[in-house]
Design a protein around this ligand. Structure first.
Ligand code: NAD
Ligand code: UGA
Length: 457
């Protein structure tokens, strides 16, 4: 099939690549010239494991990248995968969706029936609104010349290829027969896993090809739009909950690692998303929970659980700062090393991370901060240009004359670094591991006063 994917970000570049690997003639369109040039050279514009090997095998063959919308005219399916950031009041800012829809409308030819598939995370009713925009801009007849379907994306950064090739579910929101049959045909390769043996060579993971295939789930458009927000909010609740239990473990005594493991053995609860952190963050959960809360308030149907989870998550960021403050008898004049600026490992995405909140608070309290991240320093610096912090290319250097080092993101490279050297460079070798990621006894042998979160000291 002929496919267009609009947006070459974390979702669009991976989705476009996966569709091309599934033998669809795919064109990725973005307004960002630099991203398009990188894609055209076979380079991924974002850091996502596996893309560096898969993308060069497809570019110029089944995958193309351009700033021009011309490919829209003869597309069977057009994915919209542009950003939907937050407005100041928390609601989703749909300006990129609007611009994209207007451009698509201008380029739709009406020569063939086209499905516009909404992959961006958008508020309930957006597909309906986009349908009207497209009709206005194209002069074509909705549901006869084109249809808009909701096809929310559930990929996780760092595991994006695994998630698009082996999704748990594919959700399609539409009641249009041709829209539904087109989408089913498009995803047939993912459902059959055709050609996957060869494809798996490009992945940094091993996958059991005998594992159950994706569930293909069709529903109406509004329900599909809501499934996306309701899922993200539910995951955010789960994280806040285990982090609250971690705080309780510290107050009462108890080990949150064992508590989470014991809870996760109940198949109704499950072991996933019970890892303690300094609070979840990133480009999605904060903005999606904010939009869901904003939408629910507008219709007087308050989501009290989600509201509490958001507040609890912010409390967790603050809890880490307070723990440090207590341990160091104040933060003024203290040197703090930070390991990890991205919201999770295996991504360069530093949008709305725990690190920006926690570092901001440390600076406010008068501390000096040295930071390291293997992939995220570029974006973090761009997003926080005025933050007076020292960027270190070697993680060990964050420990220079430090009173404490805080591990915020559990990059695997932090397992391997020279901890003994770091302990020797510090003013006081206090190490706070907010992910309970490092081996406590090894860290103590290296000379650290080591603490995790929610784990008895
Ligand atoms: P992103 O910011 O990384 O990428 C968006 C891209 O769209 C940018 O490259 C931008 O230049 C481009 N763009 C903006 N306006 C355009 C236009 N008019 N024409 C062409 N290109 C345009 O965003 P992202 O993280 O990929 O997220 C995209 C959407 O997918 C969001 O709604 C997000 O909530 C959702 N989502 C993201 C993830 C994730 O892990 N990042 C996962 C699931 C869903
Ligand atoms: C999340 C969802 O997991 C995806 O399904 C969804 O598609 C995506 O948002 C989106 O809509 O953009 P992502 O933001 O990439 O994916 O990252 P997650 O793995 O969900 O982690 C989010 C945050 O929660 C990170 O800061 C992570 O470290 C934290 N987290 C996650 C925890 O603190 N504990 C956990 O057990 C899991």
């Amino acid at each position: 099939m002929r496919v267009v994917c609009i947006g070459a970000g974390y979702v669009g570049s991976v989705t476009g690549t996966a569709l091309a690997a599934n033998h669809h003639h795919t064109t990725i369109i973005d307004v960002n010239q630099e991203k398009i040039e990188r894609l055209s050279r076979g380079e991924c514009p974002i850091y996502e494991p596996g893309m560096e090997t898969l993308l060069p095998t497809l570019i110029g063959k089944s995958l193309f990248a351009t700033t021009s919308y011309d490919a829209v005219a003869d597309a069977d399916v057009i994915f919209i995968a542009v950003g939907t950031p937050s407005n100041p009041d928390g609601s989703a800012d749909l300006r990129y969706i609007k611009q994209t829809a207007e451009q698509i409308g201008k380029h739709l030819s009406g020569e063939r029936f086209t499905v516009i598939a909404m992959k961006s995370t958008v508020p309930v009713g957006t597909c309906q609104w986009v349908t009207a925009l497209l009709a206005d801009a194209s002069g074509l007849t909705p549901e006869s010349d084109f249809t808009v379907v909701s096809n929310p994306e559930f990929l996780r950064e760092g595991f994006a290829l695994e998630d698009v090739f082996f999704p748990d579910r594919i959700v399609i929101g539409s009641v249009h027969p041709q829209g539904l049959s087109t989408m089913r045909r498009l995803y047939q390769g993912v459902l059959d896993r055709s050609g996957y043996e060869d494809l798996c060579q490009h992945f940094s993971f091993s996958y059991d090809l005998a594992a159950p295939p994706a569930v293909y789930f069709e529903t109406d458009t509004k329900s599909a739009e809501l499934i996306k927000y309701a899922s993200n909010a539910f995951l955010a609740v789960k994280i806040s909950y285990i982090n609250e239990i971690a705080r309780l473990c510290e107050a009462l005594g108890g080990n949150v690692l064992d508590v989470a493991a014991g809870m996760g053995l109940d198949s109704r609860i499950g072991p996933k998303f019970l890892q303690v952190s300094s609070g979840g963050s990133g480009s999605c959960f904060p903005k999606d929970t904010a939009e869901l809360l904003s939408a629910s308030e507008k219709v007087d149907s308050e989501l009290m659980v989600v509201k509490a989870a958001v507040a609890s998550n912010e409390r967790m960021h603050q809890y880490v700062v307070e723990k440090l403050e207590r341990r160091l008898n104040g933060l003024k004049g203290k040197n703090i090393g930070i390991l990890g600026l991205t919201f999770k490992p295996d991504t360069d995405d530093a949008r709305r991370t725990q690190a920006s909140y926690i570092i901001g608070k440390l600076l406010e309290e008068g501390a000096q901060v040295r930071v390291h991240d293997p992939q995220g320093m570029g974006m973090f610096r761009e997003l926080n240009p005025d933050m007076p912090i020292t960027y270190c290319t070697d993680p060990v250097q964050t420990g220079q004359d430090a009173d404490a080092v805080v591990l915020l993101t559990h990059w695997s490279m932090y397992q391997e670094m020279d901890w003994q050297q770091m302990a020797g460079m510090m003013r006081q070798p206090y190490l706070l591991d907010t992910r309970n990621f490092l081996d406590a006894s090894r860290m103590r042998t290296c000379g650290f006063d080591y603490q995790g979160l929610g784990v008895a000291a």
